[in-house]
Design a protein. Structure first.
Lengths: 112, 110
């Protein structure tokens, strides 16, 4: 699992509430990513980070924000959760620019 | 958008080699070919990657054509646990996002 831990693994929340998902790595890698996976869409990039306090948007960033205050943690926040954000969220890390990515086990989020 | 084309699904008999094709006709000179798989609802698992030479590791072999417009992932002796969705991805070597297409759903049959 390349030292990646996602928390929580499962969460049910109500529409309009804030939600924060955490990705923690133990390998001190520079690049971290948040993806969501939905039926019929595959994995889509939400945000990524290329270092502490350095983040950028992916293709489906609306409604999400991220923070990376230290190398090992990359937080994904839904400021006001909506039902369309019901999904499985995966965190990934890469060890370098031209290397493979390792993925966490995912967080299943349900917004009711 | 994904830069690769893969068959939607394939079947393979247990114990036989599984050969999964991928077309990437617009691949650039600095783009690598990566293969991942996803078993049920687990996180994607890295299998192998290469630039232009064939590669082999303990999981699989990757055969890339000389013009680099297509590749084949080979699982030499497929088992039931290899049943998964397999993704072929092209990615440049400067920290770009991995773009996942729909992949190939491989079913290994007893």
């Amino acid at each position: 699992d390349a030292g990646i831990t996602q928390s929580p693994r499962h969460k049910v929340t109500e529409t309009g509430t804030p939600v924060t998902l955490r990705c923690h790595q133990t390998e001190n890698h520079r690049y971290m990513y948040w993806y969501r996976q939905d039926p019929g869409h595959g994995l889509r990039l939400i945000h990524y980070s290329y270092g502490v306090k350095d983040t950028d948007k992916g293709e489906v960033s609306d409604g999400y924000s991220v923070s990376r205050s230290k190398t090992e943690d990359f937080l994904l926040t839904l400021e006001s959760a909506t039902s369309s954000q019901t999904s499985v969220y995966f965190c990934a890390i890469t060890t370098g620019m031209n290397t493979e990515a390792f993925f966490g086990q995912g967080t299943r989020l349900t917004v009711v | 958008d994904a830069k690769t084309t893969q068959p939607t699904s394939m079947d393979c008999a247990e114990g036989r080699a599984a050969n999964l094709p991928c077309n990437h006709s617009t691949i650039s000179g600095n783009e690598y070919v990566y293969w991942y798989r996803q078993i049920h609802s687990q996180g994607p698992q890295y299998i192998i990657h290469g630039l232009k030479n064939n590669e082999t590791n303990e999981m699989a072999s990757l055969i890339i054509t000389e013009d680099r417009k297509s590749s084949t992932l080979i699982l030499p002796h497929a088992t039931l646990r290899d049943t998964a969705v397999y993704y072929c991805i092209v990615r440049a070597n400067y920290g770009q996002n991995f773009v996942f297409g729909p992949g190939t759903r491989l079913s290994v049959l007893p």
